[in-house]
Write a new protein. Structure first.
Lengths: 269, 152
């Protein structure tokens, strides 16, 4: 529907998942910041389209290739940024956005010049071995399924809330959507990094428009609250099943966070 | 590069592949018919795009906002029926349990039924279109919700 918007959506995911895949904390953190910039680009490009009576959707056409080295990840990302550069027009917003991407390109090239950055990437090796504790097969399966389920859910929530935020005229709703988007970014970041540690990093599946074109906000919010309740229960069960102090306290923390997501969502009713 | 990795015990490699890279996921640009199976209680759906050439399913895609069980079953099922006859598609779902490597739980059975109903709905859409009806997609409401209590 809109090529720049779609490619920016794909680039956001490429940067985000490169950040998850790479173990080096400094590179990971910097790429994550760039991914957040790309997400804000999406927001501004989307808003620009809507104000000119055009529209966008969340279609994607991308693969996340299994890479086994940092340079393979960075080179793939570099190609994506270069492809993106060709799409910008001469308008003010595109030019501004392009300068951010140019800086990202410079950063990637700088990393690629230093061979010591070329470490092994284990994010796709499917070994499902949790590095910080010995988990038995049942615990590992439970953690695996939880991460697939919830990483998709957080991606879905980010995009659905962003879609609604772009179309609301109510300040309260706008603020609530922003809080929920920020929360889901944090959760997606946590789960994505955990998937990489387990060697099962994969893109969340694409959203169908039936998911984000919400016709009945009240029903959506009520279903969403039920889903948050279910997620709380899943976290509680997982925390008990895994019985590993660090992971259990993390899932308890996520469980408690879902409580104020519910509170935020109730403000939309 | 990583194709020959030995999988640890637990979820089998086939299921893991379908989880990480669901097959035939998304939508078709020019389907012959579109069907939706919907669970009104949970708001979950499976949308099924089918491209037919005579009695053969030339191409197929699905999308869902449902759980990972629905994704894995949908991925396996579409993989099994692509290029096959409609008759084969109607029988293929029974073979999914074997591919999953375990017997299906009650919840997985409902997820599988939702996938099959998506396909059936697309066939109903096809029949309706053939009979001159204007219908963008055919929607089937699920009789049983996947929000079930697991038997312990």
């Amino acid at each position: 529907m809109n090529t720049i918007y779609q490619k920016k959506h794909e680039l956001w995911l490429h940067i985000l998942f490169a950040s998850f895949a790479i173990n080096d904390e400094e590179i990971k953190s910097k790429l994550y910041d760039f991914s957040q910039i790309a997400f804000r680009h999406m927001k501004w490009l989307g808003s620009d389209l809507l104000s000119s009576n055009a529209d966008y959707n969340y279609d994607r056409d991308m693969l996340l290739l299994k890479q086994d080295s940092v340079f393979a990840v960075l080179n793939a990302l570099k190609d994506q940024v270069k492809q993106m550069q060709k799409l910008y027009s001469n308008n003010v917003l595109d030019k501004r956005v392009q300068t951010d991407d140019t800086y990202l390109l410079q950063y990637l090239e700088q990393l690629l010049q230093d061979q010591s950055n070329n470490q092994e990437v284990s994010a796709f090796n499917m070994q499902r071995k949790w590095p910080e504790a010995d988990l038995d097969p049942v615990q590992t399966d439970a953690l695996t399924l939880f991460l697939f389920e919830e990483s998709y859910k957080e991606y879905e929530l980010i995009l659905v809330y962003a879609y609604m935020q772009a179309r609301t005229n109510e300040t309260l709703h706008f603020d609530v959507f922003q809080d929920l988007i920020d929360e889901s970014h944090f959760h997606l970041k946590s789960f994505g990094n955990m998937m990489a540690k387990l060697g099962i990093l994969a893109l969340p599946r694409e959203l169908h428009e039936m998911t984000y074109k919400i016709k009945d906000l009240e029903k959506f919010v009520k279903d969403g609250i039920a889903e948050e309740e279910a997620a709380k229960e899943m976290c509680k069960e997982l925390s008990e099943a895994i019985n590993e102090p660090k992971l259990s306290s993390f899932f308890d923390f996520i469980n408690y966070q879902e409580s104020y997501h519910i509170q935020l969502m109730q403000k939309l009713l | 590069m990583l194709e020959n990795v030995k999988m640890p015990e637990g979820i089998n490699k086939d299921v893991m592949e379908h989880l990480m890279y669901p097959k035939n996921y998304g939508k078709l640009d020019n389907p012959s018919c579109v069907g939706v199976a919907q669970d009104e209680k949970t708001g979950e759906y499976v949308v099924f795009y089918t491209l037919l050439e005579g009695d053969t399913i030339k191409d197929v895609k699905f999308a869902t906002n449902g759980c990972q069980d629905t994704v894995v079953v949908g991925s396996m099922y579409t993989d099994m029926i692509k290029g096959q006859s409609i008759e084969h598609a109607n029988k293929a779902l029974a073979l999914i349990g074997k591919k999953l490597g375990t017997s299906m739980s009650k919840q997985q059975e409902i997820c599988a039924e939702m996938v099959l109903n998506g396909f059936i709905a697309s066939m109903m859409n096809y029949d309706n279109i053939q009979n001159g009806k204007t219908e963008e997609m055919h929607v089937l409401k699920m009789q049983e919700s996947c929000q079930v209590e697991e038997q312990k």
